[in-house]
Design a protein around this ligand. Structure first.
Ligand SMILES: [Zn+2]
Length: 287
């Protein structure tokens, strides 16, 4: 997970740019939702503004940073995801989950129905992050916000999940980085560590084999250029490739940037990470 430089205004502008009547219709329907105190159909379609979020996020899942491989085929495999659920919030972790936490995570709650048509409550995510993991969960450390408060103004809830668009939440890279292929808390600060722990568990970032293989693939792909860059022997082409790691468009950018830092701090550890990544790739294709 990384930050995508944007603000409430730039997100709204991106929506206006792809559909200049969407927000007007959204505001009108939101007034009805607030009057009814519940979610109902009848607002503008989310699919009409999906492309705005695809562009803001460089065609990567907002949560796991997998690239949208289907893009070249002209089909979308990312969903418009409601960060705060428009339906009733289910408790996370579930009561029968193997791991429980020694701190409160918000429990069951009503729906964030008034945010169903707030663009600052949207992001595009892969179907696995959205359907299998995100669902109607939204763990928080504090007290749920009041109906009518905009998505960009609800940080007092103490959300555990981090919103990588806009400028009202923390930079995800202050919460999570990687040791090789493994996501881990990036900070010693207790609140940040708790958030990182929840995010990593919530999206099963270290348990999903496909994610491990993708991270391994991209480390393998970037390793020659990054290694040459770090040791000062890179060709201009290799320097250009290594620099891509610092653009928000790089798939699994947080993992790649962590790998680059490991290479700089401890080249031997860097080589171990590359060897492990190659092993994971070869195992995945059974060579
Ligand atoms: Zn994902």
């Amino acid at each position: 997970m990384i930050r995508y430089a944007s603000t409430k205004e730039s997100i709204e502008q991106a929506v206006d740019d792809v559909n200049d009547t969407w927000r007007t219709r959204a505001t009108k329907h939101t007034r009805k939702l607030l009057d009814d105190e519940k979610y109902s159909e009848g607002g503008p379609k989310w699919s009409d503004i999906k492309s705005a979020f695809m562009s803001l996020q460089y065609h990567k899942c907002i949560f796991c940073e997998c690239p949208e491989f289907e893009r070249q085929r002209g089909t979308y495999n990312l969903d418009v995801e409601h960060f705060r659920p428009k339906n009733a919030v289910e408790p996370w972790p579930k009561a029968n989950a193997p791991k429980q936490y020694p701190f409160a995570t918000g429990g069951v709650a009503g729906a964030y129905y008034w945010l169903a048509f707030d663009p600052c409550n949207y992001a595009a995510s892969c179907k696995e992050c959205n359907s299998r993991y995100k669902s109607n969960f939204f763990p928080i450390a504090g007290v749920r916000g009041l109906a009518g408060v905009e998505a960009s103004n609800l940080q007092a809830e103490g959300p555990f999940l981090c919103f990588p668009l806009g400028d009202w939440d923390e930079d995800p890279e202050l919460l999570i980085d990687f040791d090789g292929l493994i996501a881990r808390p990036a900070s010693a600060d207790p609140a940040r560590r708790r958030r990182a722990e929840v995010i990593i568990d919530f999206f099963a970032l270290n348990e999903r084999e496909a994610l491990q293989i993708e991270r391994a693939l991209f480390i393998t792909l970037f390793a020659p250029s990054l290694t040459a860059s770090v040791t000062g022997i890179a060709t201009p082409k290799q320097r250009a490739i290594a620099a891509k790691v610092h653009t928000p468009a790089a798939p699994h950018a947080n993992c790649l940037r962590s790998f680059e830092r490991a290479m700089i701090a401890n080249p031997r550890r860097g080589r171990e990470i590359v060897e492990k990544a190659q092993e994971v790739v070869f195992d995945s294709i059974e060579i």
